[in-house]
Design a protein. Structure first.
Length: 267
């Protein structure tokens, strides 16, 4: 049975699709068989990203880059039972699923198949509201946020279906190099929320223009390591690549045995 990683958040524009593709490619590069599912039927960013990658590979026959298999949306009409069977039958080691920044029945169902949910947050206090309603005076959690409730529902649905549990990693994306105060406040509040709301905090990503540039060619930071890609390193790429490596290590740890072992073996 494949390990399922779902990228989700109640908000758009936090880096779900970008990071989903980066993780999918990084794992595929390590020799794992990776399937990618686009659960954001309207935006289709993950699909476009991987189609751009396919086009890049077609026009650069020398480039030997890992290509996760994109599974298109034909399966969206499946019932829950069929979906269980379908997931169980996938030949992949890892399935990476991207979801929209809004509540859809499909997204809700997909969340319930996760082994691990990854939630990127933009680095602003406003974004914390998806996790919890926090009293600004005392810092106390007044009630869980909308997305925290969705994860809770997904955990219940998963437990009822197969007794399995879902890990949840929250990470900060687009960290500004300048705003040290905001960074500290965010880190502090997230640390407090983690235990209350039920997630682990993962390593974050700085604000880096490179992410926007890579999309059009369907490329990711891992591809800089393959000479055949023809990409040239700069200092900013090196730092970003390290952030990606830290994330992959962190995800492997959250997933315990399964992909941790495969990732370790493949180096
Ligand atoms: N760390 C980052 N630094 C700079 N731009 C980023 C970063 N992460 C994502 N982006 C950009 O932000 C935009 C939204 O990202 P996307 O992955 O589509 O978010 P979502 O899927 O959550 O809506 C894209 O233009 C993407 O290139
Ligand atoms: Mg998206």
């Amino acid at each position: 049975m494949a390990t399922v990683i779902v990228f989700g958040n109640e908000k758009g524009g936090t880096g779900k699709s970008t990071l989903a593709v980066h993780v999918a490619v990084a794992l595929a590069r390590q020799g794992l068989k990776v399937d990618a599912i686009d659960g954001d039927v309207n935006q289709g960013t993950l699909s476009r990203y991987l189609e751009n990658r396919q086009a890049f590979l077609s026009s650069n026959p020398g480039a030997q880059l890992a290509l996760p298999r994109l599974i298109s949306n034909y399966w969206v009409t499946f019932s829950q039972e069929k979906l269980s069977e379908w997931f169980a039958g996938l030949p992949a080691d890892v399935v990476v699923i991207d979801t929209p920044g809004s509540l859809t029945p499909l997204s809700e169902t997909l969340h319930s198949f996760a082994d691990l949910i990854v939630t990127p947050l933009n680095d602003s206090l406003i974004d914390l509201a998806v996790l919890a309603d926090v009293d600004p005076e005392t810092g106390e959690v007044r009630k869980p946020g909308h997305y925290a409730e969705r994860v809770w529902n997904a955990r219940k649905a998963r437990a009822a279906r197969d007794g399995g549990s879902i890990s949840w990693t929250v990470l900060r994306n687009r960290l500004s190099a300048l705003d040290a105060h905001n960074k500290r406040v965010m880190a502090d509040i997230l640390g407090k929320l983690a235990a209350r709301v039920g997630f682990d905090t993962g390593p974050g990503f700085g604000e880096r223009v490179i992410f926007r540039e890579l999309f059009l060619q369907g490329l990711t930071l891992s591809d800089f390591e393959d000479k055949s890609s023809g990409l040239a390193w700069t200092v900013s790429h090196v730092a970003a690549r390290q952030e990606l490596r830290d994330l992959i290590d962190c995800l492997a740890k959250s997933l315990g045995q399964g992909i941790a072992a495969s990732v370790a073996e493949s180096g």
